[in-house]
Design a protein around this ligand. Sequence first.
Ligand SMILES: [Zn+2]
Length: 122
Amino acid sequence: MTEFSLIDKTLDRDLRLLADFIDIYCSHKHADVPRAPVDIKTHDVTALVGKEVCLCDECKKLLTHAFVKRSTCPFNPKPACKHCTEHCYHPTYREQIKEVMKYSGKKLVLSGRIDYLFKLLF
Ligand SMILES: [Zn+2]
């Protein structure tokens, strides 16, 4: 296994988790807001996650920001964001993603669909 495929795997896993978390949050919190399949320029979200992700405008912006930031993270291995010295997220999105992680993390823990990866990511 080359070093590159290892990096890519971690990145893909993190992006999939991010999409999952934002998806859960949006479908619960913004059920009454119009939502559309996410189609962003930088990533093929559907292929990455393995299904179509439908989000509202606000959450789509957050996902785009999160994907770009995660993909351009200069650290390898990437530290948990709360232990990072850079805090690369825009403050607005940082608050939003924290909220998303807290909400969806709880849901996933309760449904038994989560493991330690969540703690590593944020
Ligand atoms: Zn939303």
